[in-house]
Ligand binder design. Structure first.
Ligand code: NAP
Length: 246
């Protein structure tokens, strides 16, 4: 057990990568705070974890709304007294060519993907600095490193997360809090389900390892970064992308 009795808060944990990350952290002995936009779905997943023997709390919160984030962190603190691990995973896409992109599609992606990570980090880091330890892991994307036509808003939000990761790593290092990003390639989840089979096949041709990624590929990297074994790693962008970007 790498994370016995650690408390981990995972945003966007009701589905996809976040759900897989939460399950993997629980399997290593962590207690979980599950966050999604729907209180009902978050509570249902927390109940499922509790049944399997993990202490878990489900909270409905919009990570882009400061008041929601304060309430979320207060609830976590009341239930567990501390937060050791924060995984900023909540994210959305609103794709479209830049020349035709609507202001609201730009704003919602930046608000949830980037401002959400800032708000959660600010609220949780206040606890972590008092504890003088912590692990913050931001889930970005390979397209934040490479760019992608039709995703200017999403790529800007993920590249922004890389800047946030490095700045926060420098600010929080003296309190023994590490801040890293995991940048997934194309991973099979609801987000990529929206693509046609032809689009998925085309994507696969860009991947040297000749397959799309699985949620477990990402959770393995997150578990490692959350563990004591990764105590000397901070400010890094760990690509988990099958070699798409080197
Ligand atoms: P997903 O299946 O669409 O799940 C997104 C999760 O985020 C859901 O739990 C959703 O909650 C939550 N969420 C959305 N908006 C939120 C908000 N405002 N506040 C709180 N939670 C919110 O996505 P995914 O594919 O697992 O992706 C997870 C992360 O990995 C994202 O940051 C994404 O950008 C990144 N990523 C994914 C891929 C990929 O290929 N799938 C590749 C690179 C990076 P509800 O269920 O309540 O809506």
């Amino acid at each position: 057990m790498l994370l016995q009795d650690k408390v981990a808060l995972v945003t966007g944990a009701t589905r996809g990568i976040g759900r897989g990350v939460a399950l993997a952290l629980a399997a290593q002995g962590a207690h979980l705070v599950i966050v999604g936009t729907s209180e009902e779905k978050a509570a249902a997943f927390a109940a499922e974890l509790e049944q399997a023997g993990t202490q878990a709390l489900g909270v409905g919160a919009d990570v882009s709304v400061a008041k929601d984030v304060e309430r979320l962190v207060d609830s976590a603190k009341k239930r567990f007294g501390k937060i050791d691990i924060l995984v900023n995973n909540a994210g959305i896409t609103r794709d479209g060519l830049m020349l035709r992109m609507k202001d609201e599609d730009w704003d919602s992606v930046l608000d949830i993907n980037l401002k959400g990570a800032f708000l959660c980090t600010r609220a949780v880091a206040r606890l972590m600095t008092r504890q003088r330890n912590g692990r913050i892991i931001n889930i970005s994307s390979v397209v934040g490193q490479m760019g992608n036509a039709g995703q200017a808003n999403y790529c800007a939000s993920k590249a922004g997360l890389h800047g946030l990761t490095k700045s926060n790593a420098r600010e929080l290092a003296k309190r023994q809090i590490t801040v890293n990003a995991v940048a997934p390639g194309f991973i099979l989840t609801d987000m990529t389900e929206a693509l046609s089979e032809q689009q998925r096949n085309e994507l696969t041709t860009q991947v040297p390892l000749e397959r799309l990624g699985h949620v477990d590929d990402i959770s393995a990297a997150v578990v490692f970064l959350a563990s004591d074994q990764a105590g000397y790693i901070t400010g890094q962008i760990i690509g988990v992308n099958g070699g798409m970007y080197m």
